[in-house]
Structure formats: C-alpha cells, structure tokens
Design a protein around this ligand. Structure first.
Ligand SMILES: [Zn+2]
Length: 112
C-alpha cells in the first residue's frame, strides 16, 4: 500500500494509506477534491485537487467517486486580509449611527 503525504488543516503534515483517502472527480473538468479523516485529530479534511494530483492519487490505488465538487472549493477566494476582531468592532459601532452605516454601504458598493 502506497504512503500518501497530506496536510491536515489542524495539525499539519500527516501520512496516510491509500484506503484512508477518497477522491471525487468532476468528469468534465477532470478536477475535483480529495478527502481524508486526519489520523491524529479526527478532522475531516477536504481539499481541491488539480488533474495531476487526481491522476497520482488514482494511480496509487485510491478509491474515487464521480461528481461535481462543492462550489466553495473551486470558487475564487477574495483577496485581502481575513475578517478580524477590529472589523467586528468597527461594524458594531456603525450599527449605532444610521448615517455612517449608510455611507459605509455606499462606499463598499462603489468599490465593486
Ligand atoms: Zn489533524
């Protein structure tokens, strides 16, 4: 059985067997996802996979399903800093002032 190295979103690099990994392939784009349950923390990890990664996983004997990947995994990620506590406080203070809240919405709309 081949050893597959993957990265858990919680604990980092882990080693898996082919039976621990599952591939889901979109038959039209040949892209998809692979998933596994982390052997250290039991987190279900699902990651997007390019055709080359899918080919390597299938060649090593990983089982697969055919179907489309969830849109969250293939859509473009927004750029910019992650939403933080400072943003929550700023938004919370806007809720106390309808005028400033409206101005903030208009400013955000004009940036699109
Ligand atoms: Zn883990």
């Amino acid at each position: 059985m081949a050893t597959i190295r993957a990265t858990c979103t919680v604990c980092g690099d882990v080693e898996l067997g082919t039976a621990d990994v599952r591939v889901r392939v979109d038959p039209t784009s040949h892209q998809g996802t692979y998933s596994f349950v982390c052997p250290r923390c039991d987190t279900l990890v699902v990651k997007p996979a390019q055709p080359r990664t899918i080919d390597l996983l299938l060649a090593s004997g990983v089982e697969y399903d055919v179907g489309t990947a969830p849109m969250e995994l293939v859509e473009r990620r927004p750029s910019g800093a992650p939403f933080g506590e400072r943003d929550i406080h700023a938004f919370s203070s806007l809720l106390d002032d309808d005028g400033r809240l409206w101005e903030a919405f208009e400013a955000a709309d004009s940036r699109r």
